[in-house]
Write a protein that binds this ligand. Structure first.
Ligand code: SF4
Ligand code: SF4
Length: 271
């Protein structure tokens, strides 16, 4: 089976235990206004035009009929190398073989993490990949937004589940991520009773997720399970024009007021 991947990061240090290879699945059903991977939102391969170093020479605007240049822009002409396609199709086995070139290192030092985007959006491909990689420690980073049977099937084959818990309030969740959190909260209960090693993660978005009310509600939902607080990545807005998207300017402060887990419940930690 084929899937679309937009990045493969080796030597990742924040995507689970140890040093890992992280595979980024393309496509996400959420639209978090703070998303720092806008190139992971669309499920399809798309044009990515880097902005850092663009001289405005205009060469890439010239018509091009090269077979690679399917987006109406020449992918090869930029003197700065700023044009590329974000998203590549792989057969699960081919991707697994690529990842397994570092298998000795990964099995001693960490493992493989499925991330995104949302890996559960391509769950059948994810399952096939996990099975191809089963000799390695497999972690998944997920929003938890999937049908319960899909969630159950995939987590049952993972060694570690890192699931986001962004906003406890249903309407706030819809307002800031584009979807209600009903499926996520149902899957949280499945995760808590699964016996799996898991970690909940809350991005600290200034004035949105880092409020006292939200963190208290997250603590209640976690019910003693570990919660990792993630600092907001304020470099995210710069990537949006690269895939022709606009960043929603709803974030009023540039940094969260939360700088540590001091004063928060004992199951909370700070990355
Ligand atoms: S060719 Fe490269 S440097 Fe020139 S305008 Fe296009 S992106 Fe910018
Ligand atoms: S769930 Fe993650 S990838 Fe999807 S929109 Fe939100 S931050 Fe972006």
């Amino acid at each position: 089976m084929r899937g679309v991947i937009f990045d493969i990061k080796e030597f990742a240090q924040h995507d689970g235990d140890g040093v890992r290879t992280t595979v980024f699945f393309k496509g996400c059903p959420l639209r978090c206004i703070w998303c720092h991977n806008p190139e992971g939102l669309s499920p399809e391969p798309e044009l990515y035009v880097g902005t850092n170093g663009c001289t405005g020479c205009g060469l890439c605007r010239k018509p091009c009929d090269h077979p690679d240049c399917v987006y109406g822009r020449c992918l090869h002409i930029c003197p700065q190398g700023l044009l590329r396609v974000s998203g590549k199709e792989y057969e699960a086995r081919t991707l697994a073989e690529k990842v397994k070139k570092s298998a000795d290192f990964l099995s001693e030092n960490g493992g493989v993490t499925l991330s995104g985007g949302e890996p559960l959006m391509q769950w059948e491909f994810a399952l096939e990949l996990i099975r191809e990689l089963k000799s390695l420690h497999i972690a998944i980073e997920t929003s938890g937004y999937a049908d319960a049977d899909v969630f159950r099937k995939v987590i049952s084959e993972c060694d570690l589940v890192m699931m986001d818990l962004k906003l406890a309030d249903r309407e706030e969740h819809k307002k800031y991520t584009g979807v209600y959190n009903d499926k996520i909260l149902a899957n949280l209960e499945i995760l808590k009773s699964s016996g799996k090693d898991f970690l909940l993660r809350t991005p600290l978005i200034p004035g949105i997720t880092d409020t006292d009310e939200n963190l208290a509600a997250i603590a209640r939902l976690a019910d003693g399970a570990p919660v990792e607080l993630l600092p907001y990545n304020n470099l995210a807005p710069a990537k949006y024009p690269s895939v022709g998207r606009e960043y929603t300017k709803l974030i009023v402060e540039s940094e969260s007021r939360i700088k540590s887990a001091d004063g928060l419940p004992g199951n909370f930690s700070f990355r």
